[in-house]
Structures are given as structure tokens and as C-alpha cells.
Design a protein around this ligand. Sequence first.
Ligand SMILES: *Cc1c(COP(=O)(O)O)cnc(C)c1O
Length: 471
Amino acid sequence: MRYISTRGRAPELGFEDVLLSGLARDGGLYVPAVWPRFNAAQLEAMKALDYNGLALEVIRPFVGGAIDDADLKAIIDKAYATFETPEITPLIELEDGLFVMELFHGPTLAFKDVAMQLLGGLFDHVLKARGERVTIVGATSGDTGSAAIAACQGKEAVDIYMLHPKGRVSEVQRRQMTTVIADNVYNLAVDGTFDDCQDLVKAMFNDTPFRDRHHLSAVNSINWARVMVQIVYYFHAALHLGAPEKAVSFSVPTGNFGNVFAGYGAKQMGLPIKRLLVASNANDILARFFDGGEMRMDGVVPTISPSMDIQVSSNFERLLFDMLGRDGNRVTETLKTFRDTGSFRIDKKLLEKVRETFDGARYDDNQTSEVIRNVYDTTGMLLDPHSAIGVAAATSPENRDHDGTPMVVLATAHPAKFPDAVEAASGVRPALPDRLADLYDRPEKAQDIANDLGAIEALIDETQSQNVPAR
Ligand SMILES: *Cc1c(COP(=O)(O)O)cnc(C)c1O
């Protein structure tokens, strides 16, 4: 399988290089040169597979022989051995025809574990085969950092430095990072904001000698392999609910558009997906786009679903590329307009076309709390605020399908990850799962550091110089 950039001016890459490199050199995102497709007989045969077997079938064409099947299966098995449920992503019927797929049974209680656990294994395998090591640096406001750390801890070919804004991440999220005591994990508590942390990471990547010296790498949400791995659970749900004979719809709590784009990918691969609901909080740039065809930047307001507090969605570029006929020049021009003027617009015909599959919806904090309360009162199920927004979109009268198509809401976080918001809405404080019950008693390891590029680079230089063998 070859991968091409959405801006059309970067070299084509194979799977291993796409895995290890983030952004393409022309500033674009990598996508498969063609979407692999499964026919009805192949889909039918997948019904007999368990989650890991299904993951192998779905991922195999994207890996394209870069890793042999036995190794790939072993990496998948190891990744999902960390999950608490044998189904990996269990489906629960909330009411007739409405299902919740729980994606939060991994080590850090959010859906990012599903992709990140596998990514950690893939990185380690590919790097060892090449005799290379990388230093992953990242900035986090919570979920991504903890999932990345859980995925990289103890991996021989990887060191990870995660920057978080000191005192500005929730206690659960901080502890999920800082209680990982592993030689290759460095938690840096930066005296600054999340934006400062992001700027520091960008500056490290822009410091070419530093970047080359440490083989810097990232596992951020634009990494193709994360999207690829997320495609699997769309197959898992749809095959359980009647595909390939019957279509299924999904409601997806959305921030950077990585998760819902995976659903679009599944549809391109032949899975009968009828609709994809893009569910947003008050930061509703996507909902406005799917309403009227205009993407217009606005400020970011903090909400009780912080993992969806976004200004622009980085993975949307992948959909735009397909919408614009896979023409890298048109993508480049459109995004230049967006950068220069803060908005761009697509024409009516194109909007109609995307609306055949996608629709947007937005819910503010009050509406979100109301859904948490209602669902708890009627079913006893506690939803986290992100998942609640997915349920809100799925159950709103204008989005309800009346032709019997099942609707699956992706539950992206465990309620105990956002205990304050859930308690305020429902009156019940969600308990951490048993294996994390002592999270608040575990020792923490983090290093305070100034909001200063020189200080952080010096720390990385020093800690890396103690690592043998030298790279
Ligand atoms: C990251 C995240 C999201 C948003 O997912 P995208 O792929 O960025 O759209 C939603 N909910 C939770 C809990 C998350 O951690």
C-alpha cells in the first residue's frame, strides 16, 4: 500500500514511513492512495472473527506486507490484552435500535487507548527491525498524553517526553500520566498553559539539529495509523448489527475528526454505513459546516467535554481531500484561504453530497448534563460528558432514523474520567474500575520545568546522553 499527501507535493510513502512520520513534508496529511475494499462475501466471513482476528483482516491491506501476518497478529494480541473486556469494544443496547459502543476499557479509560495501544507495539516492532530508536515528544491537556504514555511505557525502542501545563490538567488525567513509573517515560509539568506546551513541542521540531540528534517523533491525532486502527471497531459494531445485509449509523463525539473519519474510511471500504453524526459541544465549527457549507474559525470556549474543545479539526483535511476530488492543489488553495481569512466555503452541490453521509449537531453544557441525568434516571447507565453528546445527537428527533437502521453511539470515555461533571449532572460520583481504584494512592513522578525551550532541550539532551547504546 502506498500513501499520498493531501497537499499533493510530498513523496509517496509506504506503511512503515507513514507510521513513523507525522505530517507530510508539504504540510499535508497522509492517506492511502486507494481505499481497500471488501465485498459482501468477505464481510460475511468476518462475522465469525473475534475482535483481534477482525483487526488483522481490516488492518492487513493498509500494512500491505510491511509486517508479516504472524507478527501483526502478535502485536494486536499484545495490545488488546491490556483491555478489561474480552469483547474489547462491547456494544450495549440502550433502547430499541439504539446502542452504545464502549471504547473506554483500555488502560487510561478513553477511546484513544484503542489506537494508541496498538501504535506503541507497531512503533516498537518497526523500529527494532530497522535498528532505530525514536524520542517521542508531545503536549497534552489530558487524554492523548495519558494514552500515549500507557502505550509507550517499557517499549525498548522508544522514549517519551510528555509536556502538560502544571496545575491545569484534571487530577485523574494527571495521575494517569505521572503514576507511570518507567525509565523511558518523562512527565514534564510546564509552568504555562497548554498552548505554551504545544508551542514548545513545535519549537523542538523546528530546531533541526535537535530534532535530528534525538530522532524526534510524534503520536498525535494526525498520525495515519491511529485512524487506521479506529476503523476496526466500526466493522465490529456493524457486523454485529446485521452488516453486510443491513446498514448501520453512528453518532460520534468529535474533536479533531479522527474518530469519525475512521467511520468514513470504513464506509469507503465497503461497510454499509448509512449516516455519521458529528456530535460537538459549544465549539461547533463542524456542526456549522455541515449545516451551511462554511468552515469558519471562532474562539474556543471551555466546556465539560474538554477533549472536544477545538478551534479547527486537523483530520478534516483528509475528508476535504476526498471531497475535492483528491486534488492536492485545491486542498492547498482552500486551506490557504482558510488561514488567510478564517473561513472557506464549499458549493451547494458538494454540501449536498457530504450530507448524504454526514450531519452535524451541537449541544451546550446544560443540554449535556441533562442527557447524563436522563439516561441515568431511565437506564441506570452513567455517561461521561463526551459520550452524552453522542447520545444527544443520536436521540434528537431530527436525527432519528425511522427505517429501523440501528444507531450506534461511540462512548469515548469512562464516566470516572470526568467525575465532577458526571456527579454534578446525575448526583452519583462514578467509581474508578477496580484496577485503577488505588490511582489516588500511587506515587507520582514528574519534573517541574520552566516554560523555556532551552531548559527543556537541555533536560532531554542530558537524560538521553545517559542512554546506551548511543544512536
Ligand atoms: C479525543 C477525544 C474525543 C475527540 O476525538 P477526535 O478523534 O479528536 O474527534 C472525544 N472524546 C474523548 C473522550 C476524547 O478523548
